[in-house]
Design a protein around this ligand. Structure first.
Ligand code: GTA
Length: 318
């Protein structure tokens, strides 16, 4: 886990496969055993990421492969001991080579969702988007019934809150059932460098689905998340609050209130203005008007094939 001044530890982790990680052992079923590729859902040369839809034993699976970022403290080992360089181009003082790093310095992060639902597959498919302006009434008459009828399972959230999963990854907990939360690394972060630091705070109280459910009574909870989250990240990773983008998504994918804590310099997916709401703004808006998010029109993007967009169209609002 990345901590300031803990360079030796990080190098050990690289050699041993990373903090708190376990290696798929010979006896255990490999999660991608017999993987058959069905389609490439999306790829990004810039982000060095590819999203795949495949099948494993007749189950649908989504696999996200991502080249891991370089780490300043291990990169010198990449170049030490005259590594093999294959010349691609040489012109005056300019040279371009291919370098083949040793496996421990050449990691690919693999996120596996299995079994994946149709909704997961669509989520990662690159598609055209359309903006929707959702009034408070639209939320109650169109969006709320829709999310109550179909949304991603939040079992993984309850597993975290009940310490049935990821308990060893918790960075900070305020255990108060009404005003508390758990802060832990987001599964998009490999925890090996703070440049792409990404944690999530998951609130203890259940039933707060999203921004829309927030009112003035939630201010103490939100302030705890902001203040304690920043303090815990400073203590653990040496990253100050003013170096963090702290926000909620509207719409989120998972309807249990959670807050994203992301390194300011990291262009994480979902930081665009039509999706990310800064927690500090949310707090101020609720201080000005306790019912702000009940009444406010919120604008966000939906994929053109998304059933929620069809509901808006059916209601003459899309
Ligand atoms: N620790 O089990 C989990 C877990 N799950 C299932 C989700 N998260 C988890 N964290 C832990 N353990 O940041 C995290 C997600 C996300 C947050 C939920 O919980 O990583 P949200 O409800 O606002 O949903 O946040 P959101 O933002 O849609 O989730 P997500 O998956 O980040 O998707 C946002 C966009 O990023 C999507 O358009 C998606 O296509 C894209 N995306 C997702 N993953 C990647 C990736 N690895 N690389 C690049 N783009 C990605």
């Amino acid at each position: 886990m990345a901590q300031p001044g803990d360079k030796r530890k990080r190098e050990d982790e690289v050699e041993n496969g990373g903090a708190g990680e376990s290696v798929t052992s010979a006896g255990a079923e490999h999660p991608l055993s017999g993987f058959k590729l069905r389609s490439v859902l999306r790829e990004s040369a810039r982000d060095k990421t590819i999203f795949l839809h495949g099948q494993v034993s007749d189950e649908d699976a989504v696999v996200i492969l991502e080249r891991a970022p370089f780490q300043a403290d291990t990169v010198s080992r990449l170049l030490a001991d005259d590594p093999t360089l294959r010349l691609q181009l040489k012109n005056d003082i300019y040279g371009v080579y291919h370098l083949s790093p040793p496996p421990q310095l050449n990691e690919v992060k693999a996120t596996i969702i299995r079994p994946a639902t149709e909704k997961h597959i669509k989520k990662y498919l690159r598609q055209e988007l359309q903006l929707i302006s959702e009034t408070g009434d639209d939320y109650r008459s169109i969006t709320l019934p829709f999310i109550q009828s179909q949304s991603f399972s939040i079992q993984w959230v309850y597993n975290i809150l009940e310490k049935k999963a990821e308990a060893d990854r918790i960075v900070h907990e305020n255990p108060d059932p009404a005003l508390g939360f758990i802060l832990l690394p987001d599964f998009k972060w490999n925890q090996k460098q703070v440049d792409d630091l990404y944690l999530i705070a998951i609130c203890h109280p259940r039933g707060i689905k999203s921004l829309r459910d927030l009112n003035g009574d939630h201010l103490p909870l939100l302030k705890n998340i902001l203040q304690e989250g920043q303090a815990a990240i400073l203590e653990r990773y040496g990253v100050h609050g003013h170096q963090l983008r702290i926000y909620l998504h509207y719409q989120p994918s998972y309807y249990h209130l959670h807050v994203h804590f992301v390194a300011l310099g990291h262009e994480a997916p979902g930081i665009t203005v039509e999706r990310a709401h800064l927690l500090s703004d949310v707090i101020q808006n609720l201080e000005l008007d306790a019912q702000y998010y009940r009444t406010r029109t919120l604008t966000y993007a939906l994929r053109v094939d998304e059933p929620l967009l069809q509901r808006f169209r059916d209601a003459g609002r899309g």
